[in-house]
Design a protein around this ligand. Structure first.
Ligand SMILES: [Zn+2]
Length: 184
């Protein structure tokens, strides 16, 4: 396969997010358009939807894939999202869960402090700006007159995919059980 010329426009398009579905249409992962085109070339996937953009090489024009489906079912048990700093902040939409400010850098706060038996869990970790984290210190939120914007919960896999969805990804909605035009 002749790879498309690597000018910056193509490069940007080739890094566009592509939704990968298992053979049974269950969302599996998000990959780059470059990887999706390679998988298509190897006849491993069906293209279900394309973006409006096209990739131009000197000789060929490719449709830029948006949703692809793997031809052979893949056993895939990992339906949970890893608990780590990046994913907690992503779940909280980069917003301090105490004051609502969207400021970088955000820290991770233990709602029930570690010193009081608070553990590392989806229900006990939230994104917090530095001032809020310092103000709260080793106390419970209500002891310092602070309240969480919402109850922290374990995100499901669909939530992970929905984070990638912007206006351009309209074709993803039906596969992620999203209502049209209700993009977060
Ligand atoms: Zn804050």
């Amino acid at each position: 396969m002749k790879t498309p010329s690597s000018n910056s426009i193509n490069g940007k398009l080739l890094s566009r997010a592509v939704l990968v579905l298992n053979a049974n249409y269950a969302p599996m992962m998000v990959c780059t358009a470059k990887r999706a085109i390679c998988m298509e070339y190897l006849d491993k996937v069906d293209i279900l939807a394309n973006y409006n953009d096209k990739i131009h090489s000197p000789t060929i024009t490719y449709d830029l894939p948006s949703v692809i489906k793997i031809k052979d079912y893949v056993r895939y048990d990992n339906l949970s999202v890893d608990l780590n700093r990046k994913n907690v902040i992503a779940r909280d939409e980069h917003i301090c869960q105490y004051c609502g400010i969207s400021k970088i850098p955000l820290t991770i706060d233990h709602v029930t402090p570690k010193g009081r038996g608070g553990i590392d869990s989806w229900e006990n970790l939230v994104a917090a700006c530095k001032p809020c984290n310092q103000k709260k210190g080793d106390r419970m939120p209500d002891e310092v007159g602070m309240a969480l914007k919402r109850n922290p919960k374990r995100p499901n896999r669909l939530y992970y995919f929905q984070r990638f969805v912007k206006e351009q990804q309209k074709d993803w909605y039906p596969y992620l059980f999203m209502e049209p035009f209700r993009v977060n």
